[in-house]
Design a protein around this ligand. Structure first.
Ligand code: ATP
Length: 653
């Protein structure tokens, strides 16, 4: 396969300082060949994505899993051939998709690659970054049983990347171990100065973990043997001279069903107790960290291995059809290296190794109930990791159109957001097996990694956060002003790494009047710039004002039209109601008239009878009236004759 072998640390006879710088230079030269470039003091580099193909196991060979599905073309190219019966083959028979896929990687490692070869050719540059105060992240990705844990942790006989990084780091520290245990990582990038009580607590916590590991070690096989790897693999030299000292702290946690659990919590042994999930919070600078995560100070490889062993015991593992002991959680081992000088913390760097849960999809693993929920959460966080990587890549391709990157949608991506965005170097190891039965899942993994490979990381030469860790005391109160630390750090950057360029250096040689002129010119420039900015701001404000006014007018017009329409419809309704009333009144009047008529109706016979009666009555009255009239006429005469005797007929009174 022709993998390049580079044993940089073998040269133990030469000067330590020169060794270190020589290593850096060679690695930088290597990196420049792998697509890294420098722009404005920042290093731009596509994310390193390595492929590791694991060998077949005896059972797999006996089950006819070897169907030439994975063919390694060269050190960077691999071909996948769809086997008969796979979904990919069936789709291609229907005319959808291809049966052959080619993928390229930063480097491809075949089944015969040893753990040492893999480590030497991949992650050393990140380890040097870590020693240099920068952050690093490695994550392993692949389906269950593809060799992720083997690559990250390995076995006692074949230690993986993590024990190798630890071993190399302890060799790098050598006798410059900061024994005090009173400087501890705090939040994401800061350090805390512990008082004696707190130091005692740290010691007890550490002792409690190690006490329980002793029992485990006899029964459990550990991936990390605790014996130095230097003799078997590489020899490391102490690299930097000077008064620096180092303190290494480690944490081990897992993300299971979107909950973060501390794997270094001793109480986890008891099955009845429910584990407490930890919260993911943000520090003042927006960096995510796990609140209340247990950090243990480790001073030897043996201690580190015990931690790993302790955490592994706690790791939640659930049976699936594909691999009975498969891990169903993302496990993350994080180291923080505090570099101190004269009681001041110069830098805090972080190195995380993330062993992702198997990436298989639900249907394949035949999962139900709790397992289905697990699979859903695992797939979700991996899906979001994929989405983040795709969005990062898309944004880099099209800088005008920045799309949303969903870092916050899963704990995993939230925690690694800073590194993925360039606060450190991130790399990915893709693990695959060659089995025909898992071909479709493997193809899915390969497609995901193809996108990841295109993500460009812009890593500042000196990330500011690593320059200025804030030292805090009990309760997180700053002990030293951050500004002072920043100034000191800036001073360091200027004095050590960035010699003044020619123009800046010449400034000191200029006579005073020229300096005054230069100052005035700069001041004029500054004023012009400010004026330009102000003008721009005013234009923007005006544009925004106009747009708002326009919007207001439009909404007012809309409202006016709505009111008008409402008025019209009300008017219409009123008119209708009025018409209805009018009709009702008419109807009522007619009805009343009819009722009255009906009440007053007299049949004709009755009416005629009645009329006759009336006439008879009238006649009778008339007759009676005549008689009365006669009587009245005769009355005076009668009265006279009564009084005076008989009177003359017809004489008037
Ligand atoms: N490169 C390799 N050489 C030899 N054996 C390997 C290699 N890679 C993996 N194996 C073996 O294959 C098996 C599965 O590997 P491992 O447990 O690392 O898979 P995994 O991807 O981590 O699975 P899971 O997702 O379930 O954790 C183990 O027995 C391991 O020892």
């Amino acid at each position: 396969m022709g993998i390049k072998q580079i044993y940089l640390w073998r040269d133990t006879d030469s000067e330590p300082d020169s060794n270190y710088h020589k290593e850096r230079h060679i690695l930088q030269a290597e990196l420049s060949g792998k697509g890294s470039e420098k722009a404005g003091g920042a290093e731009q580099q596509t994310m390193s994505v390595y492929l590791r193909v694991r060998p077949f196991s005896k059972e797999e060979l006996s089950q006819d899993e070897d169907q030439n599905c994975v063919v390694i073309e060269n050190s960077q190219m691999v071909t996948l051939n769809a086997p008969k019966g796979s979904a990919t083959m069936k789709s291609s028979e229907k005319g959808i998709g291809l049966t052959v896929h080619k993928f390229s990687f930063s480097q491809v490692f075949g089944p015969e690659t040893t753990q040492a070869e893999l480590f030497d050719n991949t992650f050393r540059s990140q380890m040097l970054d870590f020693w240099d105060g920068k952050n690093a992240l490695i994550f392993s990705y692949g389906v269950t049983n593809a060799g992720k844990t083997f690559t990250i942790q390995g076995t006692p006989e074949e230690p993986g990347i993590l024990p190798r990084v630890l071993d190399a780091t302890f060799h790098h520290i050598g006798d410059r171990q900061y024994e005090g245990m009173d400087l501890k990582p705090y939040l994401r990038n800061d350090a805390q100065c512990l008082d004696p009580d707190q130091v005692d607590q740290e010691r007890w916590a550490k002792a409690a973990i190690f006490a329980s590991v002793k029992d485990v070690r006899t029964s459990d096989s550990s991936s990390c043997s605790g014996k130095s790897l230097s003799s078997s693999c590489l020899s490391y030299s102490q690299t930097e001279a000077g008064s620096s000292q180092f303190a290494l702290w480690a944490a081990f946690f897992e993300i299971y069903n979107e909950c973060v659990y501390d794997l270094l919590q001793p109480s986890l042994g008891s099955r009845s107790k429910k584990r407490a999930a930890l919260h993911v919070r943000e520090d003042g600078a927006g960096n995510a960290y796990v609140k209340d995560l247990r950090w243990i100070n480790i001073q030897t490889l043996d201690e580190a291995c015990k931690l790993l062993q302790f955490g592994n015991k706690n790791r939640s593992a659930a049976a699936t059809k594909m691999n009975h002991s498969s891990s169903r959680s993302h496990s993350i081992f994080t180291m923080k290296l505090l570099k101190t000088e004269g009681g001041t913390v110069r830098s805090v760097s972080e190195f995380s190794l993330c062993d992702l849960a198997g990436s298989e999809r639900c249907n394949k693993t035949k999962t139900f109930g709790q397992r289905l929920k697990e699979a859903g959460n695992i797939n979700n966080s991996l899906l979001i990791l994929g989405k983040c990587i795709t969005a990062l890549h898309n944004n880099q391709n099209n800088r005008m159109k920045n799309s949303y990157i969903p870092f916050r949608e899963s704990k995993l991506t939230k925690l690694f957001q800073a590194v993925l965005c360039g606060s450190g170097r991130a790399s990915m190891i893709v693990n695959i097996n060659q089995c025909a039965s898992t071909y479709d899942e493997t193809l899915h993994v390969m497609k995901f990694s193809a996108v990841a490979k295109q993500v460009v990381q812009v890593i500042p030469e000196k990330p500011l956060e690593s320059l200025a860790p804030c030292l805090v005391g009990r309760g997180g109160k700053p002990l030293v002003s951050t500004r002072m630390l920043e100034e000191q750090a800036l001073e360091n950057v200027l004095s050590e790494d960035e010699p003044l360029d020619e123009d800046e250096a010449n400034l000191y040689l200029l006579p005073q009047n020229e300096l005054v002129n230069l100052f005035e010119r700069l001041q004029t420039k500054l004023l012009a710039e400010r004026r330009r900015n102000m003008k721009q701001e005013m234009e923007i404000r005006k544009e925004m004002g106009d747009a708002m006014l326009q919007q207001l007018m439009e909404s007012e017009e809309l409202r006016r039209r709505q009111i008008e329409e409402l008025k019209e419809s009300h008017q219409e309704q009123l008119e209708n109601i009025f018409e209805m009333y009018k009709d009702a009144i008419k109807e009522h009047a007619y009805q009343s008239a009819m009722d009255t008529l009906e009440n007053q109706y007299v049949p004709l016979d009755e009416f005629l009878d009645e009329q006759q009666k009336v006439e008879v009555c009238h006649f009778t009255e008339l007759q009676a009236g005549v008689r009365v009239g006669d009587f009245i006429i005769q009355l005076p005469r009668r009265v006279y004759s009564f009084n005076n005797g008989p009177v003359m007929p017809h004489s008037s009174i």
